[in-house]
Structure formats: C-alpha cells, structure tokens
Design a protein around this ligand. Structure first.
Ligand SMILES: O=C[C@H](O)COP(=O)(O)O
Length: 317
C-alpha cells in the first residue's frame, strides 16, 4: 500500500462539530442518484478507470468455511487479477489488487502466499461482524492479527453506542483499538445498515476519524443493507468536512454487495466528484469485494476485443 504521510492522528472528541448536524435523506438520495448520470466516463478512459479500480480492491474472503487452500487461491488471484493476454493487450506489465482481506486465523496463510508481492494483508477483527465480544478479547484479536502479519485491521464498531448517542464510549473504545493496531492501519467498519439514520452515519464517521481511523468503511457485507451510494455520499462528505477542519486525510472503503464493473465506476465517480483525484488512489480508497473481479475482467476483455464498438456500429447501421 502506498502510504500517505503523515497518518491521521485523530483529534480530541469534539461533539459540537456534529451534534446538531442533520443529513437530509431525500437530498442525499437525489444527489447520489444523479452521480452515475451526471458524469459519464468516456469510452477511451473506461479501461484505465477499471484498472485503477482493481488496484483499489481489497480482495476478500470472509466465509465460515474458509480454508488455507481457498486463501491461497485468493492470493494467487490478488497477484494476477486479470488474464495475462488482456494485460498485454492493454500494455500493462504488472497489476495487483490493493490488499487481501481475511479472518484473523487466515492471516498467516495469506502472508505466506503473498510473500514478496508487496500486497498487504488486511484482517477483520474485534468480533467481526457483530462486535459483541468483551473489549479485552476484541483488543486481543487485533494484537493477534498484527502478530500474524496483518498490516491493516478492519475493526467493527459497537452499534449500540451510536444508537444511544454514546459518543464518548464509542470514541474511547476506538482509541484503544487504534492503539492495539500499532503501526497497522485501522479501518473502521460502521455497519451503516444497522445505524438507522444518515445523521447517525455522519456522526459515527466523524467520531471514527476523531479517534484516529485511517479509513472509514461502510459495511461488513453481513448486514441486511450494505454499501449504498447515499450512505457513501454521507461518509465522503464527513471525510471532506474532517479534512477541511483538521487537514488530516482519511480514506474511504465501501464494502458489501459490490459486484460489478459499473459499481466500481460509480464509486470512483463519487470519489472524484466529492474529493478529487487524490482520493482515487489505493492509500485513500478501497473497494471491499469478494466477487467483483470477474465482471471487471469481462469488461476489459470487451474493451480490447472492440466488442462494444462493433455493437455500437451494428446498432447505428
Ligand atoms: O469487506 C468486505 C466485504 O465483506 C465483502 O462483501 P461481499 O462478499 O459482499 O463482496
């Protein structure tokens, strides 16, 4: 992962930044709906955007039946995410995903399989996905994953603290998690599908950043509703506000249910429109996905075989 420097340190908990802040749901929905239609990516640039998306993917397996063999296959895919002939046709020598994301007991297998590749291993921790184990166990799980070689830790927050507006409890817990991460980067999963309102999403985003998160992440992939554009817009606006106030740049990771090349484009457009191109790089943007690569590869293949232009010519004939 390309490190941005310095890492966000966070700030003291400052409630007056957001206490009276309310996010208008229908305004967020309208703005989010307009993103894919207001801005289209020219055909000539689409392959480049899709290649960029690949470099931002946290290629994930988080299943109860994960095995060393599955993690090895995932890591092989992380090192060679697209067929060699497609890469050659696009004139690209080397392409890898942003990171591989696994459960803590799979970290060692992933580290071994990725040796020498430069691809970091991310581990979920803190009682993923519900986060309802005692705090000392959650902190111990972070330390275990770091000892195993994880460079990034995807923590889950206690949703009850948000639902009760107990911001100091949320902040204190996350500060301890940040400390347990040490040099590993902390990605804070808000599990937005559980947070009820966009105002809660905004407030939880700000507290997560004040507590020193390197990234804020939408979802575990296990909630009923995972990454959506209105939720992502709300989080990205919180990132922008935080950067304006503190100068600290925190990354964004949408995750859960993102499967298509179109999803990748939509979220890249969101980042570019709201935060600018700097936030389309893997040190500040990741897409958590277990099954998006296949569709991106298909779209890249169509791009190089000119199938789209043939279809367009046919349609216009
Ligand atoms: O953090 C990543 C998510 O768990 C992946 O979710 P997904 O399996 O729906 O792509």
């Amino acid at each position: 992962m390309t490190d941005h420097f310095p890492r966000p340190e966070g700030t003291p908990l400052t409630l007056d930044w957001f206490e009276t802040h309310a996010v208008n749901l229908s305004a967020a929905q309208r703005r989010a709906a307009s993103l894919p239609t207001r801005r289209s990516v020219k055909k000539d640039w689409q392959a480049a955007w899709l290649l960029r998306a690949i470099t931002c993917i946290d290629l994930t397996t988080l299943a109860g039946d994960d095995t060393e063999g599955r993690v090895q296959r995932l890591c092989a895919k992380a090192k060679a995410p697209v067929r060699a002939d497609i890469l050659e046709a696009l004139g690209i020598e080397r392409l890898t995903v942003g990171a591989v994301c696994v459960y803590p007991t799979m970290v060692g297998h992933a580290v071994k399989a990725l040796e020498g590749s430069g691809i970091p291993v991310a581990s979920v921790a803190t009682g993923f996905p519900a986060g309802l184990t005692p705090l000392p166990l959650r902190l111990g799980e972070i330390r275990y994953a770091v000892e195993q070689g994880a460079k990034e830790i995807d923590i889950v927050i206690t949703r009850e603290h948000v639902l009760r507006g107990n911001w100091s409890a949320l902040y204190d817990e996350m500060r301890q998690m940040r400390e347990a991460c040490g040099d590993a980067h902390m990605k804070a999963i808000l599990a937005t599908g559980d947070l009820k309102t966009l105002s809660n999403v905004y407030k939880a985003s700000v507290v997560a950043m004040q507590a020193g998160s390197d990234f804020i992440k939408t979802s575990t992939g296990k909630e009923d509703v995972n990454a959506t554009l209105p939720v992502s817009l709300t989080m990205v606006r919180a990132l922008r506000d935080y950067k304006d106030r503190t100068g600290q740049m925190v990354g964004f990771k949408p995750a859960g249910g993102l499967k298509t090349a179109k999803d990748a484009m939509n979220w890249l457009i969101l980042m570019k429109e709201e935060l600018g191109t700097r936030f389309m790089m893997p040190d500040l943007f990741r897409i958590g996905a277990s099954s998006m690569l296949g569709d991106i590869e298909r779209q890249l293949e169509h791009h190089i075989t000119g199938r789209y232009s043939a279809a367009n010519r046919h349609a216009l004939a």
